[in-house]
Design a protein around this ligand. Structure first.
Ligand SMILES: Cc1c2[nH]c(c1CCC(=O)O)Cc1[nH]c(c(CCC(=O)O)c1C)Cc1[nH]c(c(CCC(=O)O)c1C)Cc1[nH]c(c(CCC(=O)O)c1C)C2
Length: 380
């Protein structure tokens, strides 16, 4: 145990009924690895670990509107804790969604079963930017996420660190322009080619909003932050460097400054650019402590591109959870051996799929721990 009871305060939307001193952290392995410190085993968590693959998640969510659930701190807390009751995970991630940010900027979203999240009035042309509320207004609309973080940090009772997150500006712009998911993101990319200046304006609004949102998350109890750039792949290198990377750099720098100014602790920041293999070198110099890697990248190449100096996170193919136990264990062995046991956080290469067998995740987590402990024992 290295961290004493944390004196972080409730922040500007703090609930006066909840005491503002958080319980001491009992397992800091994830934070140590994120900060590049030595660990006796490889910590592991799983993107979308609070999700539909768990029967208890489906039970709790049954009949409830998705975004109503996001606005209910007690429900978010329960859903965040569910996977920790089953698996020996080294971190929790708050149950929420990246789309709460566009909502807070005034865009109405609903979750349509079988289709996914959908905005009723997407941004079709630059004049629609006038519909958006200010980053300042968005900041106060997001109080419910901070209430969920605060409650969950207390309920975790120091078991493992709590991760907060946000969508990266480009990924949020994709949903706001497309109105929902898309395989090509061609409407959003059309903006980059046809309206580059207005695209930069939109990305700036999103960057400003995300920076304040993440600082507030730390104020509410988040002990690490992850940026999801889920739609990096469709950009390719040149659009990524022009439109997405500058925002990611701004977010990292301004969040750490914001934390200093607010007298809040510095927290490790993770960037995960899905299908962004072409950007790994730049991402390793973008101001983040950890770079996430999807399963299409060889661990040795990821180490080489990132100069061996940064913590990497990833990257088991989520479909490997369907494999028989022995095959899955072999895959984990290969992955951990190739990344190495230091400066490494094991994870899937993207979120767990809704039809993944829960016992597969258990095998994955236990194998990461056992294999990394034995590899460490060999080298000591
Ligand atoms: C469980 C869940 C979530 N969002 C959605 C679901 C499924 C819907 C349901 O349960 O009813 C809809 C939900 N929300 C979104 C989608 C994808 C839509 C699409 O692109 O088609 C869906 C189905 C948008 C979204 N939402 C998120 C991302 C980034 C990660 C990624 O790339 O997968 C994205 C792109 C982040 C997210 N979303 C969620 C978390 C929870 C915390 C955890 O990891 O356990 C997180 C981190 C929660």
């Amino acid at each position: 145990m290295t961290e004493q009871a944390d004196m972080s305060t409730c922040g500007q939307h703090g609930n006066p009924d909840v005491p503002d001193v958080f319980p001491a952290l009992k397992n800091d392995t994830f934070l140590r690895a994120a900060r590049g410190e030595a660990t006796s085993y490889v910590p592991v968590w799983c993107m979308r670990q609070a999700g539909r693959y768990l029967p208890e998640f489906r039970m709790k969510r049954a009949g409830q509107d998705f975004f109503e659930t996001c606005r209910n701190p007690a429900a978010c807390c329960e859903l965040t804790l569910q996977p920790l009751r089953r698996f020996d995970l080294d971190a929790a991630i708050i149950f929420s969604d990246i789309l709460v940010v566009p909502q807070a900027l005034g865009m109405d979203a609903e979750m349509i079963p079988g289709k996914g999240p959908t905005f009723k009035q997407p941004l079709e042309e630059p004049s629609h930017l006038q519909r958006l509320l200010s980053p300042h207004a968005a900041r106060s609309a997001l109080f419910y996420v901070h209430d969920a973080l605060r409650l969950t940090r207390h309920q975790l009772d120091g078991l493992v660190p709590l991760i907060g997150f946000a969508g990266a500006p480009w990924t949020l712009m994709c949903y706001m322009v497309e109105g929902g998911g898309s395989t090509t993101m061609s409407r959003a990319k059309r903006w980059l080619y046809q309206y580059p200046e207005e695209s930069h304006n939109l990305l700036k609004i999103l960057t400003d909003t995300v920076v304040e949102y993440l600082v507030d998350q730390v104020s509410a109890g988040a002990q690490a932050l992850q940026l999801f750039e889920s739609h990096a792949g469709c950009l390719g290198p040149s659009l990524f460097m022009e439109f997405a990377l500058p925002c990611l750099k701004d977010v990292a720098r301004r969040v750490q400054n914001g934390l200093r100014q607010a007298d809040l602790p510095a927290v490790p920041m993770i960037v995960f650019a899905k299908d962004g293999h072409f950007s790994l070198q730049e991402l390793s110099q973008a101001g983040y402590d950890v770079v996430g890697v999807d399963w299409t990248v060889r661990p040795e190449l990821a180490r080489e591109l990132t100069g061996g100096k940064i913590t990497l996170q990833g990257n088991l193919d989520p479909c490997a959870l369907y494999a028989p136990k022995e095959v899955l264990e072999k895959k984990v062995n290969k992955m951990v051996s190739e990344f190495g046991t230091q400066r490494y956080i094991a994870n899937l290469g993207h979120g767990i799929y809704p039809d993944a067998p829960p016992e597969g995740l258990g095998t994955f987590v236990d194998a990461v721990h056992a294999i990394s402990r034995s590899l460490n024992a060999c080298t000591n």
